[in-house]
Design a protein around this ligand. Structure first.
Ligand SMILES: [Zn+2]
Ligand SMILES: [Zn+2]
Length: 389
């Protein structure tokens, strides 16, 4: 066994034990549909850590092998156990026997690389494709989402912020896929989730961050979970929520952010033809056209572009022309429209680059959350109900 394999196994034991000890008291489970946007017809599953019972149509089966091939057959499923039996059935449930358990999942059709998921898998046939649901403890799910959404940072304080944002979002939106029988899909429509990457060293830091912010969520003055929205880089000023989405939240206010400017250069440019821009304005009800003299300058962020009495939201312009942000100037030269912008994303709530820079300057996760979300509280979510009663 080489050193990297030993490291991986050490990581599995260490991180799983940490999760298990800490979370055994609060085992709320989340149902996540895996490969939600793919039409999966055939998968291969092997227990990777811990042991499992396998239920076919809710009946426990005996098996002597640890390799399972599952594919859709018309409106049913076929389960082939290597060197053992084959079953035709409607449901297959891999139910963990130990609290430290993970499965390796390989999608054969369409082909993907191996992924690893904690806890249970529940498989059915929906619309002639496999519906694979990962039934996973909340905090283990948060580990996977933070890893997938945040990428690699050698920075535990930053992971703590992401863990609290993710936990707040997760508990607030549990009904998002209610009609389909699960809580979340694994795509950016909800939160990106690719299971657990046991081989990455960042994993241990994420677990530590999740441990030390255990159960913490962000609430407003009425003790409701907040809309914990965030974006990559605000360009120096965030946006009011109502200027982007027409719904006001008192804690999603525009603030000046001196921190993200120190992090990376996010200036961007885009050029389109004047004709195209005028057509766009006309399609959106403008009667006037702009010409070579036109200039639109944002010293501070604005919500709309106004010409005479006509107005259009910058968000609409951003979406139509696929711009990185709404924090842009417009200049017109030689029948071309030049967008000169800064920042990446919608600009509402927490600025990830700014937040990370603040951690490097010694601010703690609670300081940073209160800087970007005004007048909120960070509380243990079990206590919300106590305070509310
Ligand atoms: Zn979704
Ligand atoms: Zn910023």
């Amino acid at each position: 066994m080489n050193t990297s394999s030993i490291n991986i196994i050490f990581n599995i034991i260490f991180t799983s034990l940490m999760l298990c000890l800490t979370f055994s008291l609060t085992c709320q489970s989340i149902k996540v549909a895996l490969f939600y946007n793919k039409q999966v017809t055939e998968i291969f599953i092997t227990p990777y850590f811990g042991s499992y019972n396998i239920y076919v149509n809710d009946s426990l089966i005996n098996n002597t092998s640890n390799s399972f091939l599952i594919r859709k057959i018309n409106n049913s499923l076929e389960l082939k156990i290597l060197h053992d039996s084959t079953y035709i059935c409607n449901t297959i449930h891999f139910k963990k026997k130990d609290s430290i358990s993970a499965l390796r999942l390989k999608v054969i059709s369409p082909f993907t690389t191996d992924r690893y998921y904690n806890d249970d898998l529940y498989i059915t046939n929906v619309n002639n494709n496999l519906r694979i649901i990962n039934i996973v403890e909340l905090e283990k799910y948060i580990c996977g989402v933070v890893e997938s959404e945040t990428g690699y940072h050698n920075n535990i304080e930053y992971y703590k912020i992401q863990a609290i944002l993710c936990r707040t979002y997760t508990l607030k939106n549990l009904g998002k896929h209610f009609d389909e029988g699960f809580n979340y899909c694994d795509d950016v429509h909800c939160q990106s989730y690719k299971g657990i990457n046991y081989s990455k060293s960042s994993n241990t830091l994420i677990y530590e961050a999740i441990n030390s912010t255990h159960n913490l969520v962000i609430v407003d003055t009425l003790l409701n979970l907040i809309d914990a929205v965030y974006h990559a880089n605000c360009g120096g000023q965030t946006m009011n929520a109502e200027d982007v989405w027409n719904s006001k939240r008192y804690y999603l206010r525009s603030i000046y952010d001196p921190y993200c400017k120190k992090k990376r250069n996010t200036l961007w440019n885009k050029v389109i033809s004047l004709n195209e821009f005028n057509n766009f304005l006309n399609d959106n009800g403008f009667k006037v056209n702009i010409n070579n003299e036109y200039e639109f300058i944002q010293m501070q962020r604005r919500a709309n572009l106004k010409i005479n009495n006509e107005s259009i939201s910058l968000r609409k312009i951003r979406e139509y022309f696929n711009l990185k942000s709404t924090f842009f100037n417009i200049k017109v030269k030689n029948d071309s429209v030049y967008f000169e912008g800064k920042g990446i994303g919608h600009g509402v709530g927490l600025c990830q680059d700014g937040a990370e820079q603040m951690t490097l300057e010694g601010f703690t996760f609670d300081n940073i959350i209160n800087f970007y979300y005004k007048g909120v509280k960070i509380v243990d979510y079990h206590n919300i109900w106590l305070f509310k009663e």
